[in-house]
Design a protein around this ligand. Structure first.
Ligand SMILES: NC(=O)c1ccc[n+]([C@@H]2O[C@H](COP(=O)([O-])OP(=O)(O)OC[C@H]3O[C@@H](n4cnc5c(N)ncnc54)[C@H](O)[C@@H]3O)[C@@H](O)[C@H]2O)c1
Length: 379
């Protein structure tokens, strides 16, 4: 069977587009990148020049029936409008997180994709990388027994972040929605859906001083959460604790905690914002961890892996792994934490999703065998 590459375009040529284009163009044969678009022509031209692409207007993308996937790399506040326009025009869409800022908008996108029988995928796709897949492999091997509890903590320094990336001070860009979602997605991919949550969510010191020559002495408002704590009850019985705080400090490289506790052992995952990293395991009867060998491929920065996996899924007619149902569930969970923080009552989640199969095991970082890595995505 001959597989035709999937013609793809990106909308949004900001900071993260560089990582996406690098991966999508150099790593995956299933993707053929047709062009890039940004409402800021200079940004579009810069990326087009760097990667030898055509600058396309949104109208050109919508009109070009040969473009099958459009990757939405705009800021969270415009994800809904851009994805909706693309889906309405019959495009399969892969969007950076979050699916939409408002849950009702995300529900509308999911429904629209279903109605039109289109694929809608969403980041984060780091859970498809070697570290999270290796962790899942360990859990599913039974080595750790039953996973009874888990916790994750992720801290950053909002004072740095909000100024470098203004969208992180806006709704949908706060520490939970922007960063916590990596830990949550990793946990969902291993443990499955969550049925109930309770949370405490704060915006500490919403007025912050501006720095820089242009706005020195002025202030700006943090319009989203910068502290989120919560309790998750997974359908499988695991109880989880989360803590996301951007009033603290950056540790570079970052060192978030993500730990699964089982009846027969404890597993510490790598940074869920990365594709690779060490997975450490302590088995019952021991007190020091061993580093589990990587069982899966994609150890390095690979943003766009979810797009390639979606392209393979389209060609093979199966459900994509970084799919809309899981992304919607993660978003409902985050909104559940916010509303629980307001009402001081537990929130029962309405959505669920089916865990997709793990990625078949690959030859991570084995030079000459790397061509086979992409074929794993067909599995
Ligand atoms: N910056 C990071 O390190 C990082 C990492 C992972 C994920 N992300 C995610 O990627 C997305 C983009 O982040 P970023 O840092 O690249 O932001 P950015 O602000 O650098 O880039 C966003 C781009 O989208 C363009 N844009 C906005 N609205 C548009 C529209 N309607 N039509 C066309 N173009 C439009 C802007 O002009 C801008 O160039 C966000 O969802 C973010 O959460 C960012």
């Amino acid at each position: 069977m001959k597989i035709k590459p999937v013609k793809t375009a990106i909308v949004g040529c900001g900071v993260i587009s560089d990582a996406y284009l690098h991966t999508m163009i150099n790593k995956f044969k299933i993707l053929e990148v047709a062009g890039c678009c940004d409402r800021d022509q200079q940004k579009a031209q810069k990326m087009a020049q760097k990667y030898g692409l055509k600058v396309l207007s949104i109208e050109e993308i919508l009109a070009d029936t040969s473009i099958e996937i459009v990757v939405n790399l705009t800021t969270p506040g415009v994800h809904y409008a851009v994805s909706k326009q693309l889906l309405e025009a019959g495009k399969n869409v892969y969007t950076e997180k979050v699916l939409a800022v408002e849950l009702a908008h995300a529900a509308e996108l999911v429904q629209l994709a279903d109605q039109k029988k289109l694929y809608l995928g969403a980041a984060p796709d780091t859970f498809l990388g070697s570290a999270a897949q290796t962790a899942r492999y360990v859990v599913e091997s039974g080595m750790l027994g039953e996973i009874t509890s888990c916790y994750c903590a992720f801290t950053r320094d909002g004072d740095v972040l909000n100024r470098a990336y203004p969208f992180t001070a806006k709704p949908g860009g706060g520490i939970g929605f922007d960063v916590g979602i990596y830990s949550i997605t990793a946990l969902l991919s291993i443990l499955g859906p969550v049925k109930e949550v309770s949370g405490v969510v704060r915006t500490r010191k919403p007025e912050r001083p501006e720095y820089g020559l242009e706005h020195f002495g002025e202030s700006f408002q943090v319009e989203c959460e910068n502290l989120m704590a919560g309790l998750l009850q997974f359908e499988c019985g695991t109880v989880g604790n989360i803590l996301f705080d951007s009033n603290s400090v950056f540790l570079l490289p970052e060192k978030p905690s993500l730990v699964l506790f089982g009846t027969l052992g404890i597993l510490s995952m790598a940074d869920p914002n990365n594709f690779g990293g060490e997975v450490r395991v302590i088995l019952k009867g021991n007190s020091e961890p061993f580093v589990m060998q990587q069982s899966h491929a994609y150890t390095d920065e690979c943003r766009g892996l979810g797009v390639a996996e979606m392209a393979w899924s389209m060609r093979l007619g199966r459900k994509n792994r970084a799919n809309k149902e899981m992304a919607y569930h993660a978003l409902e969970l985050l909104h559940g934490l916010v509303s629980s923080g307001q009402t001081k009552a537990n929130v029962v989640l309405k959505s669920s999703f089916e865990k997709t199969a793990p990625i078949p095991r690959g030859y991570a970082g084995q030079g000459a065998f790397e061509f086979i890595e992409e074929m794993e995505l067909a599995g």
